[in-house]
Write a protein that binds this ligand. Structure first.
Ligand code: ADE
Length: 231
């Protein structure tokens, strides 16, 4: 898969996505990550990409033309354009799965108060990673790329590592333990040492259901019918 990120701050994305599993996926060519900087398309020699909002108010707004041209530089036929914004549809594992099926994503990161609506409204999808406001879309782009990359074929080593996990079947995952069997007086649940795979699976299912009920009862409800363009 190829992902291009439209951002004023490519290092905020390149650096965290150079480590660990995503870094390896990039080295192996499973993920091609590129950047397009609106600053390169500024109309003046100062590289101005933002201006005051029409109608007044605090903060600055990213101008339509440099963002539009930065998208145009990387967009091709079949590209799926995603704008990161706290006003977007909430990102979840289901959306990660759907995005991981795309051949080419362009993620557009807003900064300041956001991007001129005339360009932002042309995205295929507006996406938020949660109900809080970040300084810009870059940390959100990192989260989305990370969640999508680990779903790409060949990225995770163990065949079922992306199957039996939190959210995949609408539940939080059961707890994990590793050696030693007793750590500072705390024991690993005996069933996990039993070698009885059916009992272990049943215990994990019960634990997952109980944890989900306590911590995230909303996950047990039917999924929201959000306005998701393009899916
Ligand atoms: N930009 C600022 N806050 C954001 C959020 N919560 N999700 C996506 N993009 C953002």
């Amino acid at each position: 898969m190829r992902v291009d990120v439209v951002t004023l701050f490519p290092d905020m994305i390149d650096a965290p996505l150079s480590e660990s599993i995503v870094g390896r996926a990039r080295n192996e060519g499973l993920l091609e990550l590129g950047f397009s900087n609106p600053r390169d398309f500024a109309a003046d020699r100062h590289g101005t990409v933002d201006d005051r909002p029409y109608g007044g108010g605090t903060g600055m707004v990213m101008m339509a033309e440099p963002v539009y041209r930065a998208i145009g530089k990387v967009k091709r036929k079949g590209t799926y354009v995603v704008l990161l914004t706290p006003k977007g549809v909430r990102f979840d594992q289901g959306l990660a799965v759907k995005l991981s099926a795309k051949k080419h994503l362009v993620l557009v990161c807003g900064h300041y108060e956001g991007i001129d609506e005339r360009v932002s409204s042309s995205a295929d999808l507006e996406l938020s990673i949660g109900d809080y406001v970040l300084t810009g879309g870059e940390p959100a782009a990192v989260a989305v790329i990370d969640a999508v990359t680990r779903l790409l074929p060949g990225v995770l080593r163990k065949k079922d590592a992306a199957v039996n996990e939190t959210f995949t079947d609408g539940l939080l995952e059961a707890p994990h333990y590793t050696r030693p069997g007793v750590w500072r007086g705390k024991k690993v649940p005996g069933v996990l040492l039993s070698g009885d795979h059916a009992r272990i699976a049943a215990w994990r299912r019960r634990s997952a259901e109980s944890l989900t009920g306590k911590r995230r009862p909303d996950l047990k409800k039917p999924p929201r019918a959000a306005g998701r363009k393009g899916f």
